[in-house]
Write a new protein. Structure first.
Length: 599
């Protein structure tokens, strides 16, 4: 989305460079010369029949008998992009999180296209907004669980990639990081608006917004649709009301019902930000009629006598009300308001008068000493001045400038880590939990004793019809003692097309997480480079039960931050076509996990 925000694809095309979107939904949008309509599922506005027609028209060599079945459409996209993954020398990616402490970057995804771009090309360029930087590596313990649960409702996305710079022999050998500002520092200088920079792009606010549900994403006319787009876009791109900028209307694309605030996992008070942006837009636009009306209302409501007189004057509206007790037309300059709506006729009795009638005769009010009246008046006057300063546009702007100029690095805030309990479970419970989560993610699970590893590996490979497999250089060869096919040891000189000829791959793992059913590979000699477990269609992973941690914090604590790490939760998957889940997109279609219970 960061590259869409800056129009990178269009700029590259103007320079003669063709950029291919690799996410399934983004590919659909690109082929249709369309625009994304959702943060998470950009092609949600397209049905399967439309997608089929797009593929038949735009993808060369696609089967003319292609069915409008999500699995077959995903397979067509896989076939179209695989050759490009294998031969393209440069890839551009985004990043979900960056870690200041270690220089580590992370991408959370489902289809495997992210892993392809991060792993196979010679050069990787990552474009990341500066607000994505987290202070410490251990902060990922929270965000790796927060993002998938808030975006797709999963415990963990199928794939999460972590890398720090360049790893010799593994992945791109040239890496460039572009840190994107594009209005973010201006938003940071806004003491109110800076809250929007906490967004993790989960799209939870879109999924509950009644306005987005009815209007759709294209109606917003911005890269970021929905409630967060109505807040973020005006801050990043600015609002120029005098030029009739559509961004100035985005803060009004909300009913302020508060559903977005309730759903937001990082508790961004979107309704309050929308109100603030509306205030800023009104101040900038110079709407003198509205301003005069609001000032007049404030003056009347601040004085009891004027307010009482105004209530009596409003009672005259009963004279012009019809039989249905509604006022259908107001005199100028209020006639514009009544053109599209009716006004209920004022009641015969005002609320204060009804209260007085029910209370009966009033007793004489005891007057306060003059000193107390003066003190109360002073407090009231001071409050009015403070309130006036808060809504004064000039002071607001100056306050932002001061914030920006005096912004200084602060010591890291102490974050409560009560959730890091170092949890443990008995082996039997940990095994049951791990197996349950793996099966839930459509992985095939096999358990065996350590001395049965070779027989189990051979049986799994035979069942899958794998005759030619790849293995990392450091894999225990005793595990393959009973396999009667051919074994190719992986090394950095084998290109991606060579890996694509393998029937499958067998690796070990560094650590696993029982609660999420996730396997962690960190490029150790028995796990190999990242491409090895990505390109072949079958991945067989041998896991020792002793390496299975209970939760994500316990698992991450066992990793070495600077190693290239891949978190795998089942085979690759997508729900980009009518939200129907399809397994096996760009990564392996099948994941077999062999758990050694006594190792």
């Amino acid at each position: 989305m960061a590259t869409q925000e800056i129009g990178l694809n269009e700029h590259l095309e103007s320079q003669g460079v063709r950029a291919y979107e690799t996410d399934l939904a983004e590919l659909i949008v690109q082929l249709a010369d369309d625009k994304p309509s959702h943060i998470l599922v950009p092609a949600i506005h397209r049905n399967r029949d439309e997608i089929r027609e797009i593929f038949l028209k735009e993808i060369p060599g696609v089967d003319p008998e292609l069915n409008a079945v999500p699995a077959e459409l995903a397979a067509a996209a896989r076939a179209y992009l695989r050759e490009k993954f294998m031969t393209t020398k440069v890839a551009i990616s985004g990043a979900n999180f960056g870690i200041a402490e270690t220089g580590t970057l992370s991408v959370v995804e489902s289809e495997g296209n992210g892993r392809m771009c991060l792993t196979l090309p010679e050069t990787l360029i990552t474009v990341m907004g500066i607000e994505k930087v987290l202070p410490r590596y251990e902060d990922l313990e929270v965000f790796f669980q927060l993002l998938p649960r808030s975006s797709t409702g999963e415990r963990m996305n199928p794939y999460t990639s972590l890398w720090t710079g360049v790893t010799p022999g593994d992945g791109p050998q040239e890496f460039h990081l572009v840190l994107l500002d594009n209005g973010r520092t201006a938003a940071l200088a806004d003491s109110v608006g800076r809250e929007a920079l906490n967004c993790i792009r989960c799209s939870a606010c879109l999924n509950v917004c009644p306005v987005y549900e009815r209007a759709g994403g294209h109606a917003y006319g911005s890269t970021y649709p929905g409630p967060i787009g109505a807040v973020l876009t005006p801050q990043l791109a600015g609002m120029h009301a005098a030029k009739d900028d559509p961004n100035s209307s985005l803060p009004y694309a909300s009913s302020l019902c508060g559903a977005c605030f309730d759903a937001c996992p990082v508790k961004i008070d979107i309704p309050s930000l929308l109100v603030e942006l509306r205030h800023q837009n009104t101040e900038q636009s110079g709407r003198t009629v509205e301003q005069a009306a609001m000032k007049a209302a404030a003056a009347v409501m601040a004085r009891t006598g004027l307010y009482t007189t105004a209530q009596k004057a409003a009672g005259l509206g009963r004279v012009v009300a019809g039989r249905d007790k509604k006022i259908t037309r107001l005199p100028a300059p209020f006639d514009g308001w009544s053109e599209s709506r009716d006004l209920a006729a004022p009641p015969k009795q005002t609320f204060p008068r009804l209260v007085r009638l029910r209370r009966g005769p009033r007793h004489p009010r005891r007057r306060r000493p003059r000193g107390r009246r003066v003190a109360g008046r002073i407090r009231h006057t001071r409050h009015r001045r403070q309130r006036g300063a808060a809504v004064n546009a000039r002071e607001t702007v100056l306050g932002r400038v001061r914030d920006a100029l005096t912004l200084a690095p602060k010591p890291p805030a102490e974050v409560p880590r009560a959730y890091r309990t170092g949890r443990t479970l008995p082996d039997a419970e940990r095994l049951d939990l791990f197996v349950d989560r793996l099966v839930d993610y459509k992985a095939e699970v096999h358990t065996c004793a350590a001395d049965e590893t070779a027989a189990t590996v051979a049986r799994v490979l035979a069942t899958r019809g794998a005759r030619h497999i790849g293995v990392p250089a450091g894999l225990d060869r005793d595990w393959l003692a009973q396999f009667d096919g051919t074994v190719q040891e992986d090394h950095a000189d084998i290109p991606a097309p060579g890996l694509d000829q393998l029937d499958g791959v067998v690796t070990a793992s560094r650590v696993s997480c029982a609660e999420t059913g996730t396997i962690f590979l960190d490029g150790a000699p028995d796990q190999g480079r990242r491409a090895l477990s990505l390109v072949p269609d079958l991945h067989v992973c041998v896991v020792d039960l002793s390496s299975v941690a209970v939760g994500v914090p316990e698992a991450l604590a066992r990793l070495t931050p600077h190693r290239p790490t891949t978190l795998i939760s089942g085979p690759s998957a997508t729900s980009d076509i009518e939200l129907e889940r399809v397994e096996g997109v760009h990564g392996p279609r099948t994941l077999d996990v062999i758990i050694r219970t006594d190792a």
